[in-house]
Design a protein around this ligand. Sequence first.
Ligand code: SAM
Length: 262
Amino acid sequence: MRVKPKKRLGQNFLADGNIRHKIIAACEFGPDDSVLEIGAGQGEMTGLIAGQVKQVYALELDYGLAGLLKNNLAEIKNLEIINQDVLKFDFKSFLKNIKGKITVFGNIPYYITTPIIERLLENREKIKVAYLTVQKEFAQRVVAGPGSKQFGSLSCFLQYFTQAQIKFIISKGSFWPRPKVDSCLLELKMREAPAVKVKDEDYFFKIIRAGFNQRRKTLRNSLKEVINRETLDLFFQKYNIKENIRPEQLSLEQFAGLANMV
Ligand code: SAM
């Protein structure tokens, strides 16, 4: 029996069996892995993942769906269903009891993509990799490099902490009900150490945010409020940068170089 999907909970279920298998093949699960699944839904992916790994913990906020999962997947012994809101979930206590690092998987509700990723980054020491199905445009912003229109503070922030890669695009027609936009499978491998060395992380991100705040301005104008003129002059000379450069043309290394000069 089909459940009535709740739009407010982002319930677009992965209906295409071929895509489910393609996702499993792309996720590089291992037999010793523990996996935390976010938004298990009706178990579209849950059983397939459980067949590949040691243990699955499946979070689902919807009380009815969590009950359905417990009934339908009762045979699967390496599965625990947790009826909780991922944004209220106590990651710290949960991860303390996990041996080694966990793998995160989620065909996640779009309306909370950013807060979910923030939670994952806060707990990155205990997370090996996250495989997330997200809106295509969001993923394209995450993996964008300098010089591209999509490159922005989201790209810098995530590329600083993770190795981000789009595995493949998933057409909106693979979901039921069909969403308005395409998705893709995004891989976020947590880095052992950040991509670039910075003396003061808060300041580094402050510069990046200020730099991208008004994208039509030149970098020099955008950064006027956060860096003094002399330091900016020195930076432009040291890196041989044109005066009219725009923020999206600067690399992560250059943002780090700038932050470290202050
Ligand atoms: N895993 C299923 C699939 O692949 O088809 C369902 C994916 S559906 C896009 C997202 C799921 O996340 C829904 O089942 C929804 O009820 C659940 N969900 C929504 N908000 C949540 C939250 N805050 N915490 C945990 N689960 C949530």
